[in-house]
Ligand binder design. Sequence first.
Ligand code: PNS
Length: 167
Amino acid sequence: MPEVVAIYPGSFDPLTNGHVDIIQRGSRLFDRIIVSVLVNLEKRPLFTVHERVDIARGVFKALSNVEVDTFDGLLVDYAGSRHAKVIVKGLRAVSDFEYEMQMALMNRRLNQDVETVFMMPAEPYTYVSSRLVKEVVALGGSVTGLVPATVEALLREKKLARETLRA
Ligand code: PNS
């Protein structure tokens, strides 16, 4: 039987425990899951691609079937190049559904051989997003338990660096 490879794509700016939860579930379901960090030159991310890759590699070092990679261009082309037949996406709430369905159907139109699989994170993470995590930390709040410890430490470092620059 050929192995089933899944791609879990995203910006991961930064990785949250919601992402971690989906990746762990995916690693139990598929032979291999490739966490694929989007290299998006248009957006101005808080974390560099290198930092985002390093964080994910650190978090998943004990899971031998989780790989971390980067991609740009069309997701389905990248999936093809990695021999992946599955795209895994997390669905937190109904509000995620419309955009995710558009993307899934567009990706299917672009490549019939790649199937999108939606997975629900554990309930405590249904409201967690990278955007909210950054906002809470920037405004002095705590995100303990919502992101991996390495992410929390880096968020604090970046906040301190910005405050020092402003002083
Ligand atoms: O974490 P994000 O930013 O919500 O992830 C979005 C991502 C990376 C899944 C999406 O932007 C994407 O697939 N980009 C690749 C470009 C592409 O293939 N576009 C057509 C998709 S319908």
